[in-house]
Design a binder for this molecule. Structure first.
Ligand SMILES: O=C(O)CCC(=O)C(=O)O
Ligand SMILES: [Fe+2]
Length: 310
């Protein structure tokens, strides 16, 4: 049993192949030292002020910090990292038109924290998603080195193929994702894994960024963690991932909170951010509603005038 470690110049298809085979893989040294330093400096004040978890699963000696897209500009290029985003899109493509951001969270495992219960992240949806559908593509970026001693993530390669009700018989069935800072562990929503025990006197810091099918509810509510007044200044690649775009024909439109005469009540979310929708092929909601000709007018009336963007 092993976890494949890919080189930094690997292709998205290599990650997808490893995830399909093992449920997880490491891509080593994706972030250079300078990027890592900037990222850690941006995150540190937020982690500093975060409280440890209040139950055993989140970890009473573990600090979790979210809303990273809104709070930490340095996290944004990590969320949209081309290698990872392409791999996530390719991996989840069989089950959706689009993917979206599921959560952003630093996981700061402090000295004395025990192992997290092994689990599958897809249980966030309560076990209702049929087994053949893979809902999720996950990453944990190592922001400190991940070692056996400091709590490197445990993974059971191959467990994505087990029946969903099969649990590991012993923690020894797992292996740990040991990797240097700047490397990233990629894993599916179905593979069994969990945070490790920290036996050292320094914290283990991971940046957990996960993606899911755009027709599922997000674990971290991105419309609240990154509301329109912040999202409107972000890159469209990022705002599409947050969910400010149609997820499918008829999925994700909004109506202006005030009734505005002659305004379609099926507005694509981009209008609330003050910009044109990208649209998705065949989306007649968009083509029947705001067209290129009237989109500026719509943005003026429904977007920036809306209380959602104030
Ligand atoms: O911190 C880790 O290594 C894993 C955390 C995890 O799997 C979770 O919180 O769902
Ligand atoms: Fe997890």
């Amino acid at each position: 049993m092993s976890l494949e470690t890919l080189a930094p110049d690997s292709k998205p298809v290599d990650i997808v192949a490893a995830l399909q085979r093992d449920g997880a893989c490491i891509v080593r040294e994706v972030l250079d030292a300078e990027t890592l330093e900037r990222l850690n400096a941006d995150l540190a004040p937020w982690i500093e002020r975060s409280k440890p978890g209040s139950d055993d699963f989140t970890g009473r000696q573990t600090k979790r910090t979210g809303a990273l897209v809104a709070r930490c500009p340095e996290s944004r290029p990590i969320v949209t990292h081309p290698l990872i985003l392409e791999a996530a899109n390719a991996f989840l493509d069989p089950w959706c038109h689009r993917i979206q951001l599921h959560l952003t969270q630093t996981i700061h495992i402090m000295p004395g924290q025990g192992s997290q219960a092994l689990h599958r992240d897809r249980l966030a949806w309560g076990g209702f998603i049929p087994k053949p559908i893979e809902p999720q593509f996950n990453t944990i970026w190592a922001l400190t080195d991940f070692t056996k001693e400091n709590g490197a993530t445990h993974v059971i390669p191959g467990s994505q193929d087990w029946p969903l009700d099969r649990n590991p018989e012993s923690p020894d069935e797992s292996i740990q994702a040991e990797m240097t800072a700047g490397s990233v562990l990629c894993y599916s929503g179905t593979v069994i894994h969990g945070g490790g025990q920290n036996n050292t006197d320094a914290a283990r810091l991971g940046l957990n960024i996960t993606y899911c099918l755009s027709w599922l509810r997000q674990e971290e509510n991105q419309y609240l963690s990154c509301p329109p007044h912040i999202a409107k200044d972000l890159d469209p690649t990022l705002t599409d991932l947050l969910g400010y775009t149609m997820g499918n024909y008829a999925l994700g439109y909004y109506a202006s909170p005030e009734m505005v005469d002659d305004l379609p009540d099926t507005l694509p979310p981009e209008i609330a951010l003050g910009r044109k929708p990208d649209g998705i092929p065949g989306n007649t909601l968009i083509s029947n509603g705001p067209t290129d000709a009237n989109v500026d007018d719509l943005v003026a009336r429904a977007g920036t005038n809306s209380s959602q963007v104030e």
